[in-house]
Ligand binder design. Sequence first.
Ligand SMILES: [Zn+2]
Ligand SMILES: [Zn+2]
Length: 753
Amino acid sequence: MHRLPPQLYSVSIATLPSDFLAREELAHLATEPAREAQTVPMPDGVDSRVTAALGAQGVTVLYEHQAEAWEAASRGEHVMLTTGTASGKTLGFNLPVLNAIARDAKTRALYLYPTKALAQDQARSLSALGVHGVRPAIYDGDTPSGERRQVRTWANAILSNPDMLHIGVLPHHDRWGDMLANLRYVVVDEAHVYRGVFGSHVANVLRRLRRLAAVYGSEPQFLLASATIANPGELARELTGLEATVVSGDTAPRAERTIVLWNPPVIDAELNFRANALGEGARLLAELVERGLRTLCFAKSRKAAELIHRFALERLGREYADRLSPYRAGYTTVQRRDIEQRLAAGELLGVSATDALELGIDIGLLDCVVSVGFPGTVSSLRQQWGRAGRQGHGLAVLVASDDALDQYFMREPEALLGRRVEAAISDHANPRVLDGHVLAAAFEAPLDDADRQTLGDAALERAATLPELRRSAAGFTWTGRDYPAGRISLRSASADSVLVVESDSGSVLGITERERAYSTVHAGAVYLHLGEPYLVRELDLVAATAVVEPFSGDWYTQAKKDTTTAIEEAVATEVRPGVELSFGRVSVTEHVVAYQRRSTRDGAVLETVALDLPAATFETEAVWFVPQPALLDGLDRMPKLLASLHAAEHALIALLPLFAMCDRWDIGGLSTNVHFQTKAPTVFVYDGHPGGVGIAERGFAVFADWVADAVRLLAGCPCESGCPSCVQSPKCGNLNDMLDKGGALELLRRLSR
Ligand SMILES: [Zn+2]
Ligand SMILES: [Zn+2]
């Protein structure tokens, strides 16, 4: 262990870089300069009661971007606010809301948060502000039924979540008539979370809200806030169906920040195997805490966060027991407040936690942030790092895992630090998502042509095809007996879903589309939920339920499946030098035939178990390319041809999350030496969710950059012939058989010329 000499210890971050620089683990060091705040006086139009309440909290001026949001809202525009962590986005959207309510307490505002903890925090701070006439209240699944009526009639700032809006508010709009009639603002905070399948659903829920508001005579303004993403205007339009003014120039002050990319040491050069990132994270946490620095350590799962906490404590000894704490999503408000206060007082120095979003914790700025493992998007890494910068200087560290993206960033720091953040992609018109909302909307009020305004043209076109709707003079009406919103989970792209149920508690952990269930929750699978492992005891196809139990074994599972892809329609085709590139609809048939149990330690196969499951076919979107013969010169003989295509497919899949915010688990792929339709070697990369949510389409749009990144990934990986940090994939249906790294690199190089 690299213990630091005691004379270097001090409660200042300023001494850190010099000794960190000497470490072999340091892959890259950079500095981001400090930035001065740009403020403007409180605008004249702000009600004096709001100004007074803010003044009492020490807020007397606004950052320029807050004022910009205020002005846009005052002009009646919808606003998308996308500035950094701790830049005062909350005040940016609260100001117009508070002002409107202070002037007229009948005005209603609806705040939507993706988690209950975040809604609670916002309710608390709105109450604490104590603006005249503002009556905040939470309305979610935990609100006791006896209090719901009171919230509906009394509260004018209602804090809820999209699921509750979808199932608890819109279908019962008659009870919400007063709220809908007076609805002036809808705040959508953490909007970047609404992407992929979830985002596609939420976009429909918000359109249904707009439609019902119009029925009751209101036309609310949308105020959205998001982490920095590549496409804020597009996200606002996709989510609401409305054009929003984007406010993105961050004018909040920022401390100077030292950025460190940290690669655990190689312990097996041949396998390109590195020391465990958790151990490294714990070591850094311990060293920073020992110097008296307030440090937040992010891990990708609760178990990982707990382990980091435990390892750090083991290093530091029991006398540090009061100075370190893990932080969990399940904590009560009281426990969260306690951690906040102890951190603020400097009693607590090291906190290990999972995702920033789960925090729902108001901890302000810290000295150091250590992210253990790339959190999946540059945008969320930036959010985590944004907390580093107390007292004029911050230290932000990424500790790499052996995942392909992590290792790519260690070798190509500019690919991480110089990169624009990703785009948040969703597709509300995906029929697999849309149909359920069309039914739900028809239940809420008959659908007619006027609804094109809010629900969109696609909704009306689908309405004509859905057998449960009847066309009448009033429009399309619902003929079923149940209520259709109840059938739709906002987290699944298919009504045909499998529930994942915890055996002891009976609680539903998650929901997965049936098409995906066979490969993720078959009997014997180790299933990951929010990073936590569970062992699947049983997959009951009739009851559509997978029963799981917490798992602490040292193996994981990988499904072996036969996949075929049929092109249904090429929507766009581009002929580029040496390659024909297409985007379109495909149907994918996956047949899970077996799974392997593999050791967590070294990936060794412990057992292969046959499975008897039906094949599943679903339609989705794909990007595919057919390299022309000249591009395959020297690679065109089997098995090299297939192995080169397959490895290229894996490299591309590993890097697609850099362009579209998604997980590699959201993407599938197929390579074939001869496809029955193209009659030639073909590589497909497809959206893993039925119907597709726009991920493949993004791949089509950024193809050249995407391929260039894949070339850099393969060229830079120091392994001999392929490893988990380049061409091997944890989800390969062929169990990483037939992968030719050299051939893939050659092919991708030719493609990128
Ligand atoms: Zn490699
Ligand atoms: Zn594969």
